[in-house]
Design a protein around this ligand. Structure first.
Ligand SMILES: Cc1ncc(COP(=O)(O)O)c(C=O)c1O
Length: 469
C-alpha cells in the first residue's frame, strides 16, 4: 500500500510550515485566513452560512454562426436533460479550451474534475494511440492484459485487494450497493433478512442511476423517479452522534460517504467524523464505502483523499479522472468483501476494456508520482491563498474551502452571474451546492501563473454579483 506522499504528517495539513494565520488586506476589510487542513481550510470572514441562488441563465448573444447552429441543432436532437451554458467547445490544449469561433478559455472545471492531465497530454495520447491500433475491445468473456495490469496497479497503490471495473461513477456506486448487500447475505446466511439498508449524508452526490440516486441527497433529483431504492437514511454530514446512532447491526448494510463532497458544495469531512464512521461500521458489521469519484486520484494532493485522514474504507469507488477523459469506473474492495461475490453477480460489456485501461495506466503513472502529488498540494494551497487575498474582501464571499485542487468559494448569492461574467472574460468555472458555491477543479497540471490568471479574472468579475439574489 502506498500511502505516504509529500503531504504526509500527523495533521492532514499538507504544509505545516505555512500552517500559520495569515493576514490579508483588501480595500474593504482586513481578515485572517488559517490554512489548517481539509476540515479547516477556510477564510474566516465572520459571516453566517446561508443558502441562496438559482441555476445559471444562458444567453445566446455574442455567439458565432457555428456555435448558434450547433446549439439550435442540439435543442432539436438531444433529450434536454442538460441546462448547458452557451458555449460550443471544439479543441483543447493543456489547461486551455477553444470554442467554435476560436476564442480561448482557461479551464478551471476540467470536464467536472475529469481532465486531470489537461487536454492533449502527449503521454496519454500516445497510450491511447498505441492501444487503439492494437486492440480496443474484447468484452469480459476474455482476459485482457491492460485490465489485469491496471487492477494490479490499483491494488498495489491502495488499501484494496481486488477491483471491479465499470464505466462511470454511478455504475461504480451501483456495483458497491450490490456488493454490500451480497456481503451481508454471504456472512449471515442463516438470517432471514440480513442488513440491507444504507446510510448517506446531506449534500451527498453518488450518481443518477436508481441505486446511486437513492443515495443522493438532493430531493428534486430523486422525486421525479420515485420509488427509488428503499432503505436509505440521510444524516447530517459531519454529525458524529447521529451517525453513531443510525448505524445499526442487522440493519445497516453500508455507509456511503465522500471524504470531500464535490457536487454538494465542497465540504471536507473531519478526521474525527470519518474515524467515528469507521468504528461504528466495525461495531455494526456494516461496510464503510468512500465515494472518491470526484475527490480521488490525486485531486486532494493525496492519491486517495482518505489518505489525508488516515481512515480506510472497505470499498472505494473511483471514476472521473482515472482514464484522462475516457469513461471508466472502478470499485476497489478488500478481500473480505470480494469473497462474497460469485461469478455472475455483476458485470458489464464495456467495463475494463483494453483501450480505457491502457489509458488509465498512463494517467496513473503520472499522477501517482510523489512529486506530482506534492505539486497538487502546493498549487491547491496557493490557489486558496490567492482567492482569499483577492476575493476575501468582497462582501459576497462567505468562505473559501477545499482540499488540494478541489476548491469552493461560497457566496451569499447565486454564482450564475459570476459564471457568465467569467466565461465572457475567458474563464470557465463550475458551481456546486445550491448554486451559490463556485467550484474550481482545474486540471492538476495547471501552472501557478494560470492560477493567478484565474483568480484575477474572478476578482475582476465579482461586481457581476452586485444586485443579484
Ligand atoms: C462523488 C460522486 N459520485 C458519483 C458521481 C457520478 O459519476 P458519473 O457522473 O460518472 O456517473 C459523481 C459525479 O459528479 C460524483 O461527484
Amino acid at each position: 500500500m502506498i500511502s505516504l506522499y509529500a503531504c504526509r504528517g500527523s495533521s492532514i495539513s499538507p504544509y505545516p510550515s505555512v500552517n500559520l494565520p495569515r493576514s490579508f488586506k483588501s480595500s474593504q476589510q482586513r481578515f485572517t485566513v488559517r490554512l489548517e487542513g481539509p476540515n479547516r481550510i477556510s477564510a474566516c470572514l465572520g459571516l453566517e452560512r446561508e443558502a441562496a441562488g438559482s441555476a445559471g441563465k444562458s444567453e445566446k448573444s455574442g455567439l458565432g454562426a457555428t456555435s448558434k447552429e450547433m446549439m439550435e441543432l442540439e435543442g432539436k436532437v438531444v433529450v434536454q436533460t442538460y441546462a448547458r451554458v452557451p458555449l460550443v467547445l471544439v479543441r483543447g490544449k493543456g489547461c486551455k479550451v477553444f470554442d467554435a469561433e476560436g476564442k480561448e478559455y482557461l479551464d478551471m472545471g476540467a470536464g467536472i474534475a475529469v481532465n486531470s492531465l489537461g487536454h492533449g497530454d502527449p503521454d496519454l495520447l500516445k497510450a491511447i494511440e498505441e492501444q487503439a491500433t492494437t486492440l480496443i475491445h474484447v468484452s469480459n468473456v476474455y482476459y485482457s492484459i491492460p485490465q489485469v495490469e491496471l487492477g494490479k496497479r490499483l491494488v498495489k497503490s491502495s488499501f484494496a485487494d481486488r477491483v471491479f471495473f465499470s464505466n462511470s461513477g454511478t455504475e461504480a456506486n451501483e456495483a458497491a450497493i450490490k456488493f454490500s448487500r451480497k456481503f451481508q447475505r454471504f456472512y449471515w446466511p442463516d438470517v432471514k433478512l440480513p442488513a440491507m439498508e444504507f446510510i448517506a449524508f446531506t449534500n451527498s452526490f453518488h450518481g443518477r442511476t436508481m441505486g446511486s440516486l437513492a443515495l443522493t441527497s438532493k430531493k428534486n433529483y430523486r422525486s421525479p423517479f420515485e420509488p427509488v431504492m428503499p432503505g436509505v437514511t440521510f444524516i447530517e454530514y459531519g454529525n458524529i452522534e447521529i451517525a453513531k446512532n443510525a448505524i445499526q447491526p442487522g440493519k445497516t448494510a453500508a455507509v456511503f460517504v465522500e471524504p470531500v463532497q464535490g457536487e454538494g458544495g465542497i465540504y471536507c469531512a473531519t478526521k474525527e467524523f470519518l474515524q467515528a464512521l469507521r468504528s461504528a461500521c466495525d461495531d455494526a458489521g456494516a461496510l464503510l464505502i468512500f465515494d472518491e469519484v470526484q475527490c480521488g486520484m490525486g485531486r486532494s494532493g493525496y492519491l486517495w483523499a482518505h489518505e489525508a485522514y488516515g481512515v480506510f474504507p472497505d470499498i472505494m469507488t473511483l471514476a472521473k479522472p482515472l482514464a484522462g477523459g475516457l469513461p471508466i469506473g472502478v470499485v476497489l474492495t478488500t478481500e473480505r468483501v470480494a469473497a462474497a461475490i460469485s461469478f455472475g453477480d455483476h458485470g458489464s460489456t464495456f467495463a475494463g476494456g483494453p483501450l480505457i485501461c491502457h489509458a488509465a495506466l498512463a494517467v496513473l503513472d503520472k499522477i501517482q508520482k510523489p512529486e506530482f502529488l506534492a505539486s497538487v498540494c502546493k498549487k491547491g494551497q496557493y490557489l486558496k491563498e490567492l482567492l482569499v487575498h483577492k476575493l476575501g474582501g468582497n462582501p459576497h464571499v462567505k468562505e473559501v474551502r477545499g482540499l488540494g485542487l478541489l476548491v469552493g468559494i461560497e457566496l451569499d448569492v447565486s454564482a450564475s452571474a459570476l459564471v457568465d461574467a467569467c466565461r465572457n472574460s475567458g474563464l470557465l468555472i463550475l458551481t456546486a451546492g445550491k448554486g451559490n458555491v463556485v467550484r474550481l477543479a482545474p486540471p492538476l497540471v495547471i501552472s501557478e501563473p494560470e492560477l493567478e490568471q484565474a483568480s484575477d479574472i474572478l476578482s475582476n468579475c465579482m461586481p457581476s454579483l452586485d444586485g443579484n439574489t
